[in-house]
Design a protein around this ligand. Sequence first.
Ligand code: HPA
Length: 319
Amino acid sequence: MTLQPSNSQPAANQSRGVQPSNSQPAANQPSASQQIEAQPSERPAALPSLQAQIDEAVASIAQHLKAKPQIALILGSGLGELIKSIDVDYSVIYAQIPHCQSSGAPGHLGQLVFGSLFGKQVVTMQGRLHGYEGNTPEQVVFPLRVMHALGAETLITTNAAGAINANWQVGDIMLINDHINFTGENPLTFNQLETAYEPCPDMTFAYSPALRELARKAAEQNGINLREGVYLGLRGPSFETPAEIRAFRTWGADAVGMSTVHEVIAAASCGMRVLGFSLLTNMAAGIEQKPITGEHVLEVSSSAGSRLAALVDSIVESL
Ligand code: HPA
């Protein structure tokens, strides 16, 4: 699905019937300008605006909910453990949400799960949408926009990532204090939302300083040696080369992955408080002289994910 402004027409439709500029129409033929004027019946139905798509998705879900979600959670690759603590009220797979793409990535189930966690109403993306699956940035952040429109004002997002910081170890948890969006794309480009958000939103405090402080305290209470650093997001799907990792280190990146940055940009732009964690499933390319595989990433996130789940649990409890 390609999002188009509701008043736009595909290029193919615009050029239909146009004559070369030096040709003369025959006397009984319509002029070029008459031909360009497409008949309304020939026009493909315009897609609903982004706001209308969000409204439709929200309406399809809201009727099943007992309460509005306050906190949105995004569970990255293999990090489904957290779902076990949720007292589930309702769940819906992405494919059943109007205008939402479905997830096909390994380790990503692809559903929204609503329920309560330590007395807080939460909505959880059990698995996320990725750019490397062919989704546009707008499609990647669509479920996030729906969770916000349903009421969530806080986002806690998790991912699996490679450690660029060579002093860290596989299995460590990194609190994201900033990011580098190196996907070359931004989910706010051509933002068609009718609600007037700031067109060029500030990202200085995208990762809430207050929530980060809360996370440090929760980690201490849970005996977790929390790392803290910068996440660099790429589109993928190939893992990085050792030369790329060396370059990213000089830019100040501590971890690398294929998600999160677009969701955080969209969340921050609509005023959500954001907290992000990376579970470091491998040392980034070239740090250890061995290949990186998706299966290994999933194995580590499934086995080490319970500590991150415990940390998120205790943060939600204290919110
Ligand atoms: N690179 C990119 N994405 C990842 C990695 C990595 O090393 N590990 C887990 N996700």
